[in-house]
Design a protein around this ligand. Structure first.
Ligand code: FE
Length: 205
């Protein structure tokens, strides 16, 4: 990161960190990891690094309001991001690129990301749901919502079910070649984790 990119990240942190949820699956640390992954992918795939830093650090800034008030977090994030970016003097001609990437990042909407920055942010966000981090976030999320870790029959909304319903499908939903490469190891780790976890449940390992 160049100095000006560091400065940008720091001014965003000062404004955005307080808005972030304390839910460990969507907190400020998640935004920072997504930002680092965006930079890594950007180094190989291109895109505007400043747009990506801003989009990554602000992409879930509205999550607290979704959890507390039930509003859509991507719309709320766009609203807060717009306000923060104008306040810190982010280049105004690039604000719409940031907001577009935030709007399009969401998994559930099945949104197809268009710009390179949107495609990279979506990939980085999905990669953060995979691998060891993905495992940790899933159980943190499940614990917070009192969801059982696993169930005796499948399909009852346990955290293990979430792996089969969403996380193990993520590697086939990525936009960039770089993310697909990084995803391979993360995917393999989740499969390894699950097979051991299921064996330990049965007392077989
Ligand atoms: Fe996210």
């Amino acid at each position: 990161m160049s100095l000006s990119q560091d400065t940008l990240a720091e001014s965003i942190r000062k404004e955005a960190e307080k808005h972030y949820s304390d839910d460990p699956s969507h907190d400020w640390l998640h935004a920072e990891r997504v930002c680092r992954m965006c930079m890594r992918i950007c180094g190989e795939e291109g895109g505007d690094p400043k747009v990506l830093i801003a989009a990554a650090l602000l992409h879930d800034v509205g999550m607290k309001y979704e959890l507390e008030q039930g509003v859509d977090h991507s719309e709320k994030s766009v609203e807060i991001a717009k306000e923060i970016l104008s306040r810190i003097g982010f280049p105004s001609e690039k604000i719409s690129m940031v907001l577009e990437a935030i709007r399009e990042h969401r998994f559930r909407k099945g949104v197809k990301a268009v710009s390179i920055e949107s495609r990279i942010l979506q990939d980085a966000d999905r990669l953060d749901a995979m691998g060891a981090i993905g495992v940790a976030r899933s159980f943190a999320h499940g614990g917070r919502r009192r969801i059982p870790m696993y169930s005796s029959g499948r399909g009852t909304g346990s955290t293990v079910d979430h792996f089969y319903e969403k996380l193990l499908k993520l590697k086939n939903s990525l936009n960039t070649e770089t993310a697909r490469r990084i995803a391979e190891e993360r995917h393999a780790f989740m499969e390894e984790f699950l097979s051991r976890f299921l064996k330990e449940i049965e007392g077989e390992a």
